[in-house]
Design a protein around this ligand. Structure first.
Ligand code: ADP
Length: 594
């Protein structure tokens, strides 16, 4: 039931109760008044009839005849007028008649009297009045009149109807006024209700109109202030949350927080990337969304109040450092938060550095031991044997050269890795460049009994010519090293789609398939004993790979053991315009050569 309906109902009830109380009182009074008036009029009637009959009784006329006369005064059907003798009886009826009623008895004493009672004769309630017929102080008889009470009731009934109509009207007016008045109360309340509902839908700061300065008006004012405050607070919270979210999502470390029941409270973007936590993880049980049992265990332990930190190996070779701390609630731990850092790269570079140090010391030790050995032999007396000492010194020189090359290569590699090398990129025709390298290596190839050839179509790329030359030289050098006498080496330059490809093919011993993927790693040698003898440091291809990749190219190797190897690299071709101008340049150079 709405408030308005209740208010109107209570209005109507109050009006009805007031009407009932007033009505009950008024009706009682009216009834008394009416009865009294009616009785008085009956008494007056009796008195007048007594006056009219007096001459007839005085003349001592026959009682029956007087009674007859009296009947003529019956003013209406149902009214009764009778005459009795001074003793109060009807003489013509003789003995055996009932005793005279009280009002008649009182009239025989000279007073006008009245009464109301049940009448056996007519079987109804009637109102009686009796008046003495007096001649001076002599009682001549008594006039007795009566009328049905019903007549009075009928008149009263009309009054009741009027009352009922007035009551109904009052109720209707009450209800109408109630509606109007209560609307002024319930309307602002309804507006408040709508405002509250809007806020619960998220329209914070929704205002309601303030009507008047009464309690409801003040309530509306307070509501508006509250809504404003709420909007302000929510804005602040939202801002803080956004800031926190921005910070969390820009963190490279994965952050996962759980609540006291092990449900996920927070997981940032890195948690999705590093741990595979689904984006809809919020509120779900930790075990369901984090598939790393060790991490789950650490978080759960932390949630019991103990700090945890550990390094974990994830699937896919990832290494992470996990730090878990309990979130402290007011009394007991309210969950835990884990910060997971990806240390795969860090650990890998640490491992590489360790390996490098081990490799470098190993590489340095071998020639140094050899040098030391020969120097000691020389000092021990071999110096006197001129032939041997010359041989020893030659070996020492070769080892020293190897050491120097090793140190040079190492320095070069470290410069490349620390990006301390600048490339002067410019349009370079790879065909021209390769022909020049082949030309320079030709005498050496001839000495070694290896055929060295070149076929090249113009291919202009953007690169540092010195650095590309260094790569080609290195590849041709390797090919020469690993191709026995009678073999052949061919350098090929061609355009392949959007790229220029340079490949150095040899008919040497080739590289076993197991070694092939590793040849570009530093210090990697496919066949240690033989390659060391050839004086290689195992760094040449690593340097070549760095050089190519740092200029935007790629490098790869194919090989069939026993039949030969192909080392290739590719650079993106320059667009036509640059291409043409480079071609012009190469043309002018050729002319100069010729
Ligand atoms: P190195 O200075 O020892 O030649 P590289 O990095 O240039 O070192 O080469 C690494 C290894 O790759 C060599 O030791 C060799 O085993 C193998 N390799 C390189 N080029 C060839 C080739 N053309 N034929 C066969 N093996 C090769």
């Amino acid at each position: 039931m709405s408030l308005q309906a209740r208010l109107v109902a209570s209005y109507v009830v109050v009006v009805a109760l007031a009407l009932a109380a007033a009505g009950a009182y008024a009706i009682r009074k009216i009834e008394q008044r009416y009865t009294r008036t009616y009785t008085l009029s009956l008494e007056t009637q009796a008195r007048l009839i007594a006056e009219a009959l007096r001459p007839h009784l005085l003349a001592r006329r026959d009682f029956r005849a007087v009674e007859q006369l009296a009947k003529a005064y019956e003013w209406r059907r149902g009214a009764y007028v009778g005459v009795r003798d001074p003793s109060g009886v009807k003489p013509h009826l003789g003995p055996g008649q009932p005793p005279p009623p009280p009002e008649v008895v009182q009239a025989t004493r000279g007073q006008v009297a009245s009464a109301q009672r049940w009448d056996e004769w007519t079987q109804e309630v009637r109102i009686f009045a009796a008046a003495p017929v007096l001649e001076g102080s002599r009682l001549l008889g008594v006039v007795h009149v009566s009328a049905p009470r019903l007549w009075l009731d009928r008149q009263l009934q009309q009054v009741w109807w009027a009352f009922a109509a007035a009551g109904a009207l009052a109720l209707a007016v009450g209800a109408f006024l109630g509606l109007r008045i209560t609307r002024s109360v319930t309307r602002p309340l309804r507006e408040l209700e709508r405002g509250a509902q809007a806020i619960s839908r998220g329209e914070y700061g929704r205002q309601v109109p303030v009507r008047g300065a009464d309690e409801v008006g003040r309530l509306a004012e307070a509501f508006n202030r509250m809504a404003e405050q709420l909007a302000h607070t929510i804005d602040r919270i939202r801002e803080e949350r956004n800031r926190l979210e921005a910070v969390l999502s820009s963190l490279k470390d994965a952050v996962v927080a759980i609540g006291p029941r092990g449900e996920v409270l927070l997981a940032n973007r890195s948690a999705t990337e590093l741990l595979g936590v689904p984006p809809d993880a919020l509120g779900r049980p930790l075990r369901e969304v984090v598939r790393v049992p060790a991490l789950v265990a650490l978080l759960e332990q932390a949630a019991r109040g103990h700090d945890q930190s550990e390094e974990l190996n994830l699937a896919a070779g990832k290494v992470v450092e996990v730090t878990c701390s309990p979130i402290r609630g007011d009394h007991e731990p309210a969950g835990a938060v884990a910060v997971v850092r990806d240390v795969t790269e860090l650990r890998r570079s640490e491992r590489l550095r360790r390996e490098l140090v081990a490799n470098v010391s190993h590489e340095l030790r071998t020639p140094l031991t050899s040098i030391k050995g020969f120097v000691e032999t020389l000092l021990a007396g071999a110096l006197r044997d001129e032939q041997n000492s010359r041989r020893f010194l030659e070996i020492i020189e070769a080892e020293t050269n190897r050491l120097t090359k090793l140190v040079d290569d190492l320095l070069e590699l470290s410069r490349l890795e620390s990006k301390g090398v600048t490339f002067r990129l410019q349009p370079v025709d790879l065909a021209e460049l390769c022909r020049a390298v082949v030309g320079r290596q030709q005498p050496r190839a001839e000495r070694m009994g290896v055929r060295l050839g070149c076929s090249a179509e113009p291919a202009v790329v953007s690169a540092d010519p010195d650095r590309v030359e260094q790569v080609v030289t290195n590849l041709v050098d390797n090919a020469l090293k690993f191709t026995p006498e009678g073999g052949s080496i061919h350098v090929r330059v061609r355009r392949h789609g959007p790229e220029a490809w340079v490949s150095v093919e040899d008919t040497g011993r080739g590289i076993p398939p197991d070694d092939l993927p590793h040849v570009f790693e530093r210090f990697y040698r496919a066949d240690r004993s033989r390659t060391r003898a050839s004086g290689g440091s195992g760094l040449g291809l690593a340097i070549a790979k760095h050089l190519v990749e740092m200029q935007g190219g790629r490098i790869w190797a194919e090989s069939q053991p026993g039949r030969g190897s192909v080392f290739s690299f590719a650079f993106p071709l320059l667009p036509q315009a640059a291409h043409n101008s480079a071609e012009d340049k190469s043309l002018t150079k050729k002319i100069e050569f010729s």
